[in-house]
Ligand binder design. Structure first.
Ligand code: ADP
Ligand code: MG
Length: 552
């Protein structure tokens, strides 16, 4: 034990940081951490180059936590990340590593959420600000002094930020910060644009570059889902609704299973095909070419049939059936994350197969995170997001090309443009209403298997088949007497709770709005404080009066 923790202890980080890191389960610093932490601790500017999954977050978060002064209640470190998701991930990581440092506060600043609470959190003494550049610039426009006290700046995934067009925003942010600050830049690649930024804004930076040997596995985000064997197909269908994949390969054990799953997927409208040992070589090549050029999005394969398959479009590997050994698991998931790209690997585990999961974790040296089946709300959100994404790019030009036709049709039919737009939406969704009831109807509840033994049973979790969607880990249901008849929609409740409660979206679970009441899943941790905060909250002009809900 002492030997294992020696790695972090030797880095001369504050003992409370080392303790939190060890409590997180890290045994040894990764290569990028080993090399970056002393440089950042010493106050140097730095350029770090390493692939995804090499542990860059802790490489800057730990030394920065060491260097801030928790007794000063003002922003001291700013971390810029390209997207809201990454900003939230980094903020959560900071919170984890600062668990044993009382008085350290972290705020995430990103678009799509109200600005007021974010600014309030900054002013209320958050020492660490994690932000997307665009939103931070909005704040700077309101208050140009917000960054005046920040003396540590980290650009995380700098290449991605430039790809997303944040160059001008970055310049504004650099200008709003003290020149004496420390600047650290992390990037998977170092194109000329990044080197130019470093030249202008970093002072005598040290370089750290990590060539990851286990790049293929480490660039892949791994997760598993516990499921009963006879529920695998519905579980896959449900997962596919929320996974944002480009191309996907699903592994099964038998020829029959390739055919069964491929036809279940086709029936749901996916462009899917089977690949197994019975399929002739020329047909096999056709399937692979189709996957490459997008005529197919999903291939269901056996291990043998997928051998040597190299399609850069593959973003996801679904291990629907467990591989026979850990080596073939590594081979399978190596179909994604090609050429240093990110990939995601999902493993379906039946209760009997848990031991194999542990073997896989040991052999790959990586923890595989447990995921739960997305609930109907998540499926609905994903469907609406897909529709939004498919329509949003058309909006700009469609009025010029189809505006006149719209006028003519509304005149001929004698309807409003809203009615016509609704009819077109109905056509675009094959007549399916995009609401919870529809999702629940065509995505039948998949009973989840009991949670993993070593995590222990949680009280209050239900597994019987008639049970409502299992509650998310650490969440409880709360009830309000406001419902649909009060003119309430889920998004009103969500908005009110996020704003007034100061929560991030991810902490709130399913919201069910019924006619005369609504249920909201909230984090159990700190619930009383949260409910107290929400005491006077009004939604649609009425008092929310949220209470813990006990069902039985
Ligand atoms: P990157 O930013 O390089 O893509 P992350 O910082 O997101 O990588 O880390 C990837 C994963 O590795 C995270 O799940 C993180 O918790 C884990 N991790 C980071 N450092 C260590 C470590 N020293 N030991 C074990 N796991 C680690
Ligand atoms: Mg990262």
């Amino acid at each position: 034990m002492t030997q294992e923790s020696g790695g972090f202890a030797a880095l001369e980080l504050h003992p409370s940081i080392v303790a939190a890191v060890i409590a997180t389960g890290y045994e040894e610093p990764s290569a990028i951490q080993q090399q970056s932490i002393p440089i950042i601790l010493a106050g140097h500017d730095m350029i770090g180059q390493a692939q995804t999954g090499t542990g860059k977050t802790a490489a800057f978060a730990l030394p920065i936590l060491h260097r801030i002064d928790p007794s000063k209640r003002e922003p001291q470190a700013l971390i810029l990340a390209p997207t809201r998701e990454l900003a939230l991930q980094v903020a959560t990581a900071f919170e984890t590593y600062a668990k044993q440092m009382p008085g350290v506060n972290v705020v995430a600043v990103y678009g799509g959420a109200p600005m007021g609470p974010q600014l309030k959190a900054i002013r209320n003494g958050a020492q660490i600000v994690v932000a997307t550049p665009g939103r931070l610039c909005d704040h700077l426009r309101r208050d140009e002094k917000v960054l005046a006290t920040v003396n540590h700046l980290v650009l995380d995934e700098a290449d991605e930020m430039l790809k997303l067009g944040f160059m001008d925003d970055l310049e504004v942010i650099f200008d709003a910060m003290p020149e004496t600050r420390q600047t650290v830049l992390f990037s998977a690649t170092l194109p000329a644009s990044i080197r130019a930024i470093a030249e202008r804004h970093l002072r005598d930076p040290k370089h750290v570059k990590i060539q990851s040997k286990t790049q293929t596995v480490s660039a892949i985000e791994q997760a598993y889902l516990l499921v009963h064997a006879d529920q695998k197909v519905p579980a896959v269908l449900r997962l596919l609704e929320v996974e944002e994949f480009d191309a996907l390969i699903a592994f099964v054990r038998t020829k029959q299973a390739t055919l069964d799953l491929a036809s279940a997927l086709e029936a749901k409208g996916y462009k899917a095909a089977a690949l197994n040992g019975d399929i002739a070589q020329n047909q096999r090549e056709r399937v692979i070419d189709s996957l490459k050029d997008g005529r197919l999005d999903i291939v269901v394969a056996t291990d043998v049939a997928a051998r040597g398959l190299d399609v850069p479009r593959i973003t996801h590997v679904f291990n629907v059936d467990m591989p026979y050994d850990p080596e073939s698991y590594v081979h399978r998931i190596g179909r994604t994350g090609r050429a240093g790209r990110e990939g995601r690997a999902l493993l379906l585990v039946t209760p009997r197969e848990r031991r194999m999961l542990q073997v896989i974790e040991r052999v790959t040296g990586q923890k595989v995170a447990e995921v739960r089946l997305p609930n109907a709300q998540a499926v609905l959100d994903a469907r609406i997001k897909k529709l939004t994404n498919s329509l949003a790019p058309l909006v700009a030009d469609a009025e010029a090309s189809h505006g006149e036709l719209l006028d003519r049709l509304t005149a001929d039919i004698g309807c409003t443009p809203r009615a016509l737009a609704a009819a077109l939406l109905s056509k675009a969704t094959n007549g399916q209403a995009l609401d919870l009831a529809t999702v629940e109807r065509d995505q039948p509840l998949v009973p989840t298997a009991a949670p993993r033994e070593r995590t222990g049973e949680r009280s209050g979790e239900r597994h019987e088949r008639r049970a409502p969607m299992p509650l998310g880990e650490g969440r409880v249901r709360c009830r309000t007497a406001l419902g649909a008849r009060d003119g309430i929609a889920a998004k009103n409740l969500l908005g009110a709770i996020l704003n007034e409660g100061g929560l991030v979206r991810e902490t709130i679970g399913r919201i069910q709005v019924r006619d005369s009441f609504s249920l909201v899943e909230l984090p159990e941790d700190g619930l009383d404080r949260l409910l107290a905060k929400l005491k006077d909250t009004r939604v649609a002009g009425k008092q929310l009066k949220l209470r813990r809900y006990r069902e039985d």
